[in-house]
Design a protein around this ligand. Structure first.
Ligand SMILES: Nc1ncnc2c1ncn2[C@@H]1O[C@H](COP(=O)(O)OP(=O)(O)OP(=O)(O)O)[C@@H](O)[C@H]1O
Length: 492
């Protein structure tokens, strides 16, 4: 382990300090060294160690760090945070003391690292500002401020219907390959226009998928002020387990220094599965869907750390977009329901819409943003006010008219207008829109400016508007109308 990456094992958390103060000193003769009694699957069971504490650090042969997860009377359960292949039963183990810490600071910007802060991009070791504990308490209620500033995602349907504020936790949920990562990555790319630091945490994701995210960040010129934390599927289970906590600690540095961070956790289903695997290996009793009972608490205490701080506490913010995968659209499975109840809203992606080519495939009926509405820019709010209802009515009517038969003129017009709206809201991945472009598209819909165009021409107008608006003042509706008219002339 290099200097910058080594664990800072000398300090104690408040919890351990309290324990130390509350407990009598260990009697003389307590054994400082134990032995590995069982090892495998990233877990070690240790016997004979008497002075270890929960969440404390151990050192195993070869300098492999271990995190104590279980304290039993006659054994400890420890998670390996490195390669344990060379370790065997009977090997000695010692208490390192302190808790697990990871590097944080500006030196991490622009880097691809593992959850312990070890470089994965071939560059020199990052120079951190300090080492912070992976497990930290969420900000106290008195230190929290109101979520009052917008955090644009660049995805029009989200910014219009489910606006997200700085400090909010918004879940992205959907079946496999329904565009979850694309929405989260676009939200990071949209920060090219803000001062928010994007942090992407990949948990058990394919290397090619992570490479795509890094390329997108580089192409948007954002990589030098972003951090990518990767726990690969073949990394030690312990690294995948600590990944979201480590990334949260790295993001908190920006929140606590009065700045703003956006953390994407991709994804917590894989993290939950890893927690289940580790818990079963540690012989903890399984509960619903074989997950241990503490999974809710684990994710709640993680996501509670995402917050907007009060001006007195520096005014920084940490917005979090956790991603979770569903099976067959089942939102009531254990992990998705848990996360839905922990977060401040969810963007639900619909597999059927995605397959029919409607992208992003946001399910308008089941998505919600509970705290972001008040942060929505006024100009967008005015145009989006009736949009959700109108879109939902259109989807219902469209399904009805699909069966054929006669429809009255008013229904026909509603369906026609809805089809245009759907096209205006459609968006290719990797092209987050500016606020001006989003306002222009909603304005075009609101004032029926695409009437008379066939649907393919509407798509051309949409792309021309999005391309030409950048930089235009979003509140200058006259200027936006002129751009729309030009785009329309070109499309005809
Ligand atoms: N708006 C979009 N326009 C066009 N293609 C898209 C869009 N969003 C996603 N895709 C494509 O759909 C595929 C799946 O997208 P993505 O990886 O974001 O989904 P996911 O739900 O995160 O997948 P997984 O469950 O595998 O993590 C990718 O090939 C991506 O390029």
């Amino acid at each position: 382990m290099t200097g910058t990456l080594s664990l800072a094992l000398t300090e104690w958390t408040g919890r351990q300090r309290n324990r130390l103060v509350a407990d009598p000193l260990p009697p003389p003769g307590w054994r400082q060294r134990g032995r590995v009694s069982h090892i495998g699957d990233g877990i070690a069971l240790i016997s004979g160690l008497e002075n270890a504490s929960a969440d404390g650090m151990l050192i195993l042969p070869g300098g492999v760090p271990g995190l104590v997860l279980d304290l039993d009377q006659d054994r400890l359960g420890c998670l390996l945070l490195g390669d344990g292949n060379a370790i065997k039963a009977g090997d000695p183990v010692s208490v390192a003391g302190g808790v697990l810490r990871v590097p944080v600071g500006n030196g991490l910007l622009g880097r691809v690292i593992d959850p312990m802060g070890r470089v994965l991009d071939g560059g020199p070791d990052p120079v951190p500002d300090r080492m912070d504990p992976v497990e930290r308490a969420a900000p106290a209620v008195t230190d929290r401020g109101t979520v009052a500033e917008t955090m644009p995602t660049g995805t029009t349907i989200i910014d219009a219907l489910y606006p997200i504020g700085r400090g909010q936790r918004e879940l992205i949920v959907g079946d496999r390959a329904t565009g979850k990562t694309s929405i989260a990555v676009d939200a990071m790319l949209a920060q090219a226009r803000t001062n928010i630091v994007p942090i992407y945490c990949a948990i058990g994701q394919r290397a090619s998928a992570v490479a795509d995210v890094i390329i997108s960040l580089k192409m948007a010129g954002l990589m030098e002020r972003a951090i990518v934390v990767v726990a690969a599927p073949d990394a030690a289970p312990g690294l995948q387990w600590i990944a979201p906590f480590a990334a949260m600690t790295m993001a908190e540095f920006f929140r606590d220094t009065g700045r703003h961070a956006l953390l994407v956790l991709d994804d917590l289903s894989k993290h939950a599965a890893m927690h289940r695997q580790i818990s079963l290996l540690l012989q903890r009793p399984p509960g619903r869907e074989a997950f241990p009972g503490d999974i809710f608490h684990l994710h709640a205490r993680l996501l509670e750390r995402s917050a907007k701080l009060s001006p007195a506490a520096g005014g920084g913010s940490l917005t979090c977009l956790p991603v979770v995968e569903t099976q067959a659209g089942n939102l009531s499975a254990y992990i998705p329901t848990n996360l839905i109840s922990i977060t401040d809203g969810q963007i639900v992606l619909d597999a059927r819409q995605f397959q029919s080519g409607q992208r992003p495939a946001v399910d308008v009926g089941r998505s919600v943003s509970r705290v972001g509405a008040r942060t929505q820019p006024k100009v967008l709010r005015q145009l989006a006010e009736q949009l959700k209802l109108e879109y939902a009515q259109f989807l219902e009517l469209e399904a009805f008219t699909r069966f054929g038969g006669l429809v009255d003129e008013r229904t026909r017009q509603t369906v026609e207008r809805g089809r245009r709206l759907r096209l205006l809201l459609a968006q290719r991945q990797g092209r987050p829109r500016s606020l001006g472009a989003e306002v222009a598209l909603l304005l075009a819909h609101d004032e029926n400016l695409t009437d008379g165009l066939d649907l393919t021409a509407v798509e051309r107008v949409r792309d021309a508007i999005a391309a030409h608006v950048d930089g235009t003042d979003p509140t200058d509706l006259e200027a936006l109308r002129r751009i729309i008219a030009k785009a329309k002339d070109a499309a005809e």
